[in-house]
Design a protein around this ligand. Structure first.
Ligand code: FAD
Length: 581
């Protein structure tokens, strides 16, 4: 039985290739390693070699024709052999190193956003501003600064403090508390380092003051940056009244502002799904936690997602008795299964109770306590309830505009972040997606560079980090996700226990897992649980962005002793072999 010659995937973003020249003719003998055809992609052109010996029996795509990746372009077999029929185009076989003539699963494709609409020339002289941004979170303020750097006349409307959820009620304040929790944990375990400290304790008020100080420093810095870049800050609540006009309400005084482009960056707010809650019961959000003046003795966290586990980690560090209720069978269900299991065991070891596939059916008040009747029949009491089940769009700014949205109300945008109305763009959490600060910022940059500069190209890889102990980070696909998408994937796991620096830090729990496409060594995903996971992941993002293979990334020299050697070893393990395992 012969073999199809497949159009190879020569880069992460390659979807098809054009046959420039056949280097063998039908009937020619072919030896493994012989060049058989020349291909041109959007980035390169090169010669493709044969993976098998035999005769070139059939050419399916002539010179000048384009074939999708992993689809047969020719057939090598024995003289007189019957050539099998071509698979359906949409069921192109997933190529193997030695591809047999048998159909297999389709090659995966990322669900792309709609292609950007062609840019129209706008007469900006008619408007007060070239760009008016609504919302000064990490999406909006970064977009405003970049647009100003590109020479645009920009205003930004904010009804609260600049910095948005990220600086005021999200990333930064939670990480300030996380750091206090981590340092306190180190103090408690200082004997492990041969140290002794007496009277280690904490002052919640001072921890909160430290957090507030960091937030203030950063929000002041952002306001200064906006000013320095010539961005006009308009205080008040904005509402878009037509495709180029925004009305701003500041304590009842309304002003109108026109702009060639309007950008919606209004973010999200906590949502609630709890039912049958007694009126006397207070259901708290993360906004409440971050303003909490005293620590409760006990806390139930409804939702075992990223925010739920981060808060559980912080609270349990300060001896709050924490219970997580999670509807799904695992906590942080979106991450690699082994990582989720490991985090669960770490939280449990800190005293956190985790109840999976459980929710609260009713919540009542009994004196000072809240009483939760759970779906598993149990009843638990606690002093404080945090609901962290997700966030919904802040929509008043665009409520009258009939923009196209998803069923959950997130604004639908194209590749350049343009909404269904040509002059209105939307970025950040209000468009859904990963709902992370760095995604919002990057989307803002893409949008304004499309408006005022060169539209950026290329895929946007978004790393995710979870600030627990140990930290978690990931980018790309898990092995399971890759396999579900029909990719022959394999993974390699390098433990921090085999990394010298992690041992010296006393933080050797965890691992780096690299997922690769078995055929080409393409890095499909990297998943880390361990020390400084949130910093280490960027090496993986860089490698994937630059389309390095696991082998080439593994051959990058890493200084010793460093945590990043664990990444190098994991890349090597997924290709030519790890050294220290
Ligand atoms: P936002 O930051 O929400 O900013 C929107 C702004 O618009 C707000 O300032 C709001 O006041 C303003 N606004 C809304 N409507 C109007 C209107 N009509 N007129 C005028 N102004 C308006 N992400 C990470 O990447 N890393 C983390 O560690 C992380 N931790 C988090 C922890 C918590 C507890 C939470 C809640 C979130 C966390 N996030 C984290 C998510 C991150 O905060 C968001 O992804 C990010 O802030 C979204 O940015 P944005 O610009 O889209 O919106």
């Amino acid at each position: 039985m012969g073999n199809f010659i497949l159009m190879p995937k020569l880069g992460m973003t390659m979807t098809d290739g054009k046959i420039i020249k056949w280097l063998k003719n039908i009937g020619d003998d072919v030896e493994k390693g012989d060049y058989v055809f020349e291909v041109e992609t959007d980035k390169t052109s090169l010669e493709v070699d044969a993976l098998y010996d035999g005769k070139l029996l059939k050419i399916f795509f002539d010179e000048g024709e384009t074939a999708p990746i992993n689809y047969p372009v020719g057939y090598i077999g024995a003289e007189g052999e019957e050539i099998p029929p071509l698979p359906e185009m949409e069921n192109a076989p997933a190529a193997e190193t030695e591809t047999k003539a048998a159909p297999a699963a389709a090659a995966p494709k990322a669900a792309p956003k709609k292609e950007a609409k062609p840019k129209k020339k706008i007469d900006m002289s008619k408007f007060d501003y070239e760009l008016l941004v609504i919302g000064a979170g990490p999406g909006g303020y970064v977009a405003a600064i970049r647009a100003a750097q590109l020479g645009a006349k920009v205003a930004i409307v904010e009804c609260d403090e600049v910095g948005g959820t990220c600086l005021n009620r999200g990333c930064i304040p939670t990480k300030a508390l996380y750091t206090s929790a981590k340092v306190f944990g180190k103090l408690k375990h200082c004997a492990d380092y041969g140290l002794s400290v007496s009277g280690a304790g904490f002052d919640w008020k001072k921890i909160m003051e430290r957090k507030d100080g960091i937030v203030k420093q950063l929000t002041t810095g952002v306001a200064g940056l906006l000013k320095k870049n010539g961005v006009t800050i308009i205080k008040g609540r904005a509402k878009i009244t037509d495709a180029n006009t925004v009305e701003v309400d500041l304590n009842g005084t309304k002003t109108k502002h026109s702009a060639g482009y309007i950008m919606i960056a209004t973010g999200t707010q906590p949502i609630s799904v709890l039912k049958n809650v007694d009126k006397a019961v207070k259901i708290n959000t993360t906004d409440d936690i971050l303003a909490m003046q005293t620590l409760p003795k006990s806390m139930v966290i409804v939702g075992g997602g990223v925010i739920g586990v981060e808060i559980a980690n912080i609270m349990s560090s300060f001896d709050v008795d924490v219970t997580i209720l999670e509807l799904m069978p695992t906590i942080i269900p979106m991450v690699d299964a082994e990582i989720s299991t490991m985090l669960k065991s770490k939280l449990v070891a800190k005293g956190v109770k985790i109840l999976n596939e459980v929710t609260a059916n009713t919540i009542k008040k009994d004196g000072k306590d809240n009483v939760l009747e759970l779906s598993n029949g149990e009843t638990i009491k606690c002093e404080y309830i945090l609901e962290a089940v997700g966030r919904g769009v802040v929509s008043d700014a665009f409520a009258d505009m009939k923009l196209s949205t998803s069923p959950r109300g997130f604004i639908t945008v194209d590749e350049s972040m343009c909404s269904s109305v040509d002059s209105i763009y939307a970025i950040g959490d209000v468009t859904g997606g990963y709902m992370l600060a760095h995604e919002a910022s990057e989307q803002g940059i893409i949008a304004v560079e499309t408006m005022f500069g060169e539209a950026p190209t290329g895929e946007m890889l978004i790393p995710s980090c979870i600030f627990t102990e140990p930290e978690i980070s990931f980018v790309g696909k898990t092995e399971q996700q890759a396999k579900d998408a029909g990719i022959p994937a394999k993974s390699f796991k390098f433990p921090f226990a085999a990394n010298g620096k992690a041992l010296t830090l006393g933080e050797s729990d965890g691992f780096v897992k690299v997922v690769v496409d078995e055929r080409y060594g393409e890095i499909l995903g990297v998943h880390i649980i361990g020390p400084e996971a949130s910093s280490l992941i960027h090496e993986a993002v860089m490698a994937m962005n630059l389309e390095a293979t696991a082998q080439s990334a593994g051959h990058v020299v890493h200084a010793h002793p460093t945590l990043s050697e664990a990444l190098m070893e994991a890349f090597l393990g997924a290709s030519t072999g790890a050294i220290h395992m």
